[in-house]
Design a protein around this ligand. Structure first.
Ligand SMILES: Nc1nc2c(ncn2[C@@H]2O[C@H](COP(=O)(O)OP(=O)(O)OP(=O)(O)O)[C@@H](O)[C@H]2O)c(=O)[nH]1
Ligand SMILES: [Mg+2]
Length: 309
């Protein structure tokens, strides 16, 4: 755990600088606890992609703490602010269903959706390897029948993870590929099915309807499936990820978020706002390109990595 926190700290260095670095700078420069400082801190939170409403709430809490405890030391302000944010994160993620858990269903079906290029296929490849290494039988369904080369790209990941991939010709109806793929997985008595779908813009009504159709198709064979529908979002898009999640959630019942590309973005503050704004938990985070770089999201670890010097 500690080794991972150290790695996470390095990977989210840009977010740390943009966020904690700026807070520390503002506090040092002002040298005085007053309303101007609070306003500046609020601005930093908003710019760090935490979300406007949550940023205002956080500063309101901070203001109240300062008043109650008659705080005059600027250093103390930073400590309290960090504590408030940590508490929000930890409380937001206190439920069991916030974690990605393979329940006792066979096959356990996880569908991946999201806009183009966010990291759906890569995340499936990484997760397939993880579950395979845990000794589970995994089948990947290649339901991105739209983009040329999508199936080959997924096949490379399936090979690497040494798991079978179910595919049909490019251009086939994705719902029918999923139907046949699930039937195949049931027949093979697979533990886990991972479904890759084509990238789609959240404002394209027909493409969003297609997801609803895939969902219904799954239920024809496994009536409580899919057991997880994970929306993959790219952390570098900041608050835009929130609007994507809202729209995807209208056509699919999104059960969790995979937040990729947290490495190399200064917009990692998005993590703090997602569950709070959407009530949908971040279940996995992507911090790089290797299989080990897709991790379960752990709010406490993340807070430590964010705030620790
Ligand atoms: N640095 C970094 N790169 C990532 C991460 N996750 C995915 N990528 C990269 O993002 C790019 C797009 O990933 P894909 O998995 O192809 O994305 P996709 O959502 O399947 O894309 P479409 O199928 O075209 O919609 C690839 O170059 C990945 O290596 C991550 O956590 N960190
Ligand atoms: Mg893809």
């Amino acid at each position: 755990m500690l080794r991972f926190v150290k790695k996470l700290k390095e990977k989210i260095a840009k977010t740390k600088n943009n966020f904690i670095g700026k807070i520390a700078e503002a506090i040092n420069l002002r040298g005085k606890v007053d309303e101007d400082l609070l306003e500046e801190l609020e601005e930093i939170l908003i710019q760090a992609d935490i979300g406007v409403d949550l940023s205002i709430d956080i500063i309101d809490k901070l203001r109240a703490e300062i008043r109650i405890h008659k705080i005059t030391e600027t250093k103390k302000v930073q400590e309290i602010l960090e504590e408030i944010i940590r508490d929000i994160l930890v409380l937001d993620y206190s439920q069991e269903e916030d974690k990605l858990k393979i329940l006792d269903r066979k096959p356990f079906i996880i569908m991946f959706v999201g806009v183009n290029g966010v990291g759906k296929t890569t995340s499936i490849g990484k997760l397939a390897k993880r579950y395979k290494d845990e000794g589970k039988s995994v089948i990947i369904i290649a339901a991105d029948t739209f983009r040329a080369a999508a199936i080959e790209q997924l096949a490379i990941w399936a090979d690497r993870a040494n798991v079978p991939m179910f595919k049909q010709e490019q251009g086939n109806d994705p719902a029918s590929v999923v139907y046949n793929g699930i039937a195949f997985a049931v027949n093979k008595n697979a533990d886990i099915v991972l479904i890759d779908t084509a990238g789609r813009l959240h404002n394209k009504v027909n493409l969003m309807k297609e997801l609803g159709k895939i969902d219904k198709t799954i239920k024809k064979i496994v009536d409580d499936g899919p057991h997880e529908t994970l929306l993959v979002v790219d952390a570098t898009t900041g608050q835009n990820a929130i609007s994507q999640a809202k729209l995807f959630n209208e056509s699919s019942n999104i059960t969790g978020i995979v937040l990729t590309k947290l490495d190399g973005t200064a917009k990692g503050g998005i993590v703090i706002g997602i569950k709070h704004q959407l009530k949908i938990p971040v279940k996995l985070i992507g911090i790089g390109e290797t299989p080990e770089d897709l991790r379960d999201f752990n709010a406490e670890e993340f807070a430590t990595a964010l705030f620790e010097k």
